[in-house]
Design a protein around this ligand. Structure first.
Ligand code: ASP
Length: 330
């Protein structure tokens, strides 16, 4: 039987109503008791580095999960990370950059309802996550939710209440779990060679969502306090001109300071195409401006944190950012 390490981190799946609202309090072994069939699929050991609502999960926690996987990599055949759904897509994307080329699966799952509730999705999601993790052909960082297997770089929470909370953005789900069996939509190609772990991220990345009429002087703050900005611009991508050139000149000052700007779109699907319109094409001529294309916001932000955690040299930042990782852009 496969040996799997369950890394329990909290979320609704592990929550109870404490009188102050749902709070994660359930231990990993309690969680497993709700799904006895997992013991028939694999040998499970558990660790609980923290027990948090995922609203409170950020880069130190991503690094901690990656460290646990790295330290235990040789001892286990795979890893199941139970996690709150709210920021699961960020953690999945961050882990996709921190743990690359992994022939062993690192599977994130959670639920919309606590494992205690009669109509919970927690038991099904947990069983499916272990079924995928124990599958001989599983590998890489994945989200398993509502019967779907989604690349960690492509997952996004797209519903706050329904059981089909996660979507695979601009890339097909790679498999589904039907009655405990993994059905692949395309032939899996596990990587050869050793996994590549990273242990640093630069958290000084800001996301600027454009809204009509916003002021460009936000860049005066950003230049002092950040190393990179992801701009979620309109449509195919571009920056506005409201009677002056302020956005472009401020952005040029920002990038001239050796900092990176990644421009994408706030539209959920199909990505940016900066070369289409004048408002976007102009950006492509500015050094240190990169394009997010079809990357999710979660992948764009965590990839930039990962890249800037490795280097601040502009050519190297561009090279690393524009090298696809686990189909994060096409
Ligand atoms: N607030 C919860 C969390 O992200 C929601 C969930 O798990 O579904 O931890």
């Amino acid at each position: 039987m496969k040996k799997i390490l369950m890394i329990a981190t909290g979320g609704t799946i592990a929550s109870k109503n404490t009188g102050k609202g749902l709070t994660p309090v359930i231990s990993p072994s309690e969680l497993l008791e709700f799904v006895p069939e997992i013991a028939q699929m694999c040998d499970v050991e558990t660790v609980q580095p923290f027990n948090l609502d995922s609203t409170n999960v950020y880069y130190p926690h991503w690094l901690e999960i990656a460290r646990l996987v790295r330290e235990n990599y040789a001892k286990y055949d795979g890893f199941v990370v139970t996690h709150g759904t709210d920021t699961m897509a960020y953690t999945a994307a961050a882990l996709s950059y921190l743990i690359q080329n992994s022939a062993k699966p690192v599977v994130l799952t959670g639920s919309q309802k606590s494992v205690y509730l009669r109509d919970t999705d927690a038991r099904g999601n947990l069983a499916d996550a272990f079924a995928y993790c124990a599958d001989d052909r599983a590998y890489g960082v994945r989200v398993v939710f509502d019967g779907k297997v989604i690349l960690g770089t492509r997952a996004k929470k797209t519903r706050t209440r329904s059981y089909n909370a996660f979507s695979s953005i601009d890339f097909p789900e790679i498999a589904v779990i039907r009655d405990g069996k993994v059905v692949y939509y395309s032939e899996p190609h596990p990587p050869a060679g050793e996994p590549l772990f990273s242990s640093s991220l630069d958290p000084e990345v800001f996301v600027l969502k454009t809204v009509p009429g916003m002021r460009a002087d936000i860049f005066d703050y950003l230049i002092e306090h950040t190393d990179g900005v992801v701009i979620e611009s309109f449509g195919s991508g571009g920056l506005p001109r409201y009677g002056d050139d302020n956005f472009f000149t401020r952005l040029e000052a920002y990038t001239a300071a050796g900092k990176t700007v990644v421009v994408g779109t706030q539209v959920e699907r199909e990505g940016s195409a900066l070369d289409v319109y004048e408002v976007g094409r102009r950006l492509l001529r500015i050094p240190n401006v990169l394009e997010a294309r079809s990357m999710t916001l979660e992948a764009t932000v965590t990839k930039l944190m990962w890249v800037l955690g490795r280097t601040k040299r502009p050519e190297e930042v561009a090279r690393l950012f524009l090298t696809p990782v686990d189909r994060d852009f096409l």
